[in-house]
Design a protein around this ligand. Structure first.
Ligand code: PGA
Length: 260
């Protein structure tokens, strides 16, 4: 069986001033700064990336991630896209990961799978590791459309990529009905979705690439439910929103993600 190191990322969303971010990161480093059983990623808002980058520079096991990027130009530092941030700008701050296609951007900023695909390509070209989010709405889950929805998102979002690109991508399965709602998918529901994702990937990529890719679960992950979710064989980590804003909660999730 292929070993997949667990990866837990904190998606801070539009939270934390720079001062608050520094306090949170210092607390996290104090608690798990030497913990290397799990890959850890912190995704603060753009405004705190530099401050967090400085704090993480001497730390080996915690990496920096961004929450979004603009699709244009991976290396250039200029472009007529007011308010946007390029992959090159993120690289300049030692960002290693970037969340792409989060359901909140799909929902509120009308990101579609084609844009997710272009952003993923831009990230890969800049050697940033994309965390590509997919997931179904509640009506889609209840009408048993979720498999089709995930398949469409995977097909279109990863169009044009091969095994090599897939190897640098992390997927996050985030059922929209579970995000920020306190309603978590049951470990069985999440595992079933992750198995389905691997099955779809195996038809578009090689079987071994579908077994190697890491798939995070996201949606109301908390210290209390992390252990059970992350003990499922196809769940390789978590993308954590609300609970990542508190050092104690976030580090407890990471400790619960340990293979043990
Ligand atoms: P949540 O958010 O943990 O607050 O549900 C997860 C996410 O949006 O990535």
């Amino acid at each position: 069986m292929i070993y997949r190191k667990k990866i837990v990322a904190g998606n801070w969303k539009m939270n934390k001033t720079t001062g608050e971010a520094k306090i949170l990161v210092e607390d996290i480093i104090r608690d798990i700064g030497k913990f290397d059983d799990v890959e850890i990623v912190l995704c603060p808002p753009f405004t705190s990336l530099e401050a967090v980058s400085v704090l993480l520079s001497p730390v080996q096991n915690i990496r920096l991630g961004a929450q979004n990027l603009h699709e244009a130009s991976s290396g250039a530092f200029t472009g007529a896209f007011t308010g946007e941030i390029s992959a090159g700008m993120l690289k300049d701050l030692y960002v290693r990961y970037v969340i792409i296609g989060h359901s909140e951007l799909r929902q509120f900023f009308h990101e579609d799978d084609a844009l997710v695909n272009r952003k993923t390509k831009a990230a890969l070209q800049a050697e940033l590791r994309p965390i590509v989010c997919i997931g179904e709405t509640l009506p889609q889950r209840e009408s048993n459309q979720w498999k089709k929805v995930l398949e469409t998102q995977l097909r279109a979002g990863l169009a044009g990529f091969g095994d090599k690109e897939l190897g640098d991508i992390i997927l996050a399965y985030e059922p929209i009905w579970a995000i920020g709602t306190g309603k978590t998918a049951s470990p069985e529901q999440a595992e079933e979705a992750h198995q389905w994702i691997r099955k779809v990937l195996a038809t578009h990529f090689s079987q071994s690439a579908s077994e190697r890719i890491r798939i995070q679960y996201g949606g109301s992950v908390k210290p209390e439910n992390a252990k059970e979710l992350l003990s499922k064989p196809d769940i390789d980590g978590a993308l954590v929103g609300g609970a990542s804003l508190d050092a104690r909660g976030f580090t407890a999730i990471i400790k619960n993600a340990c293979p043990a």
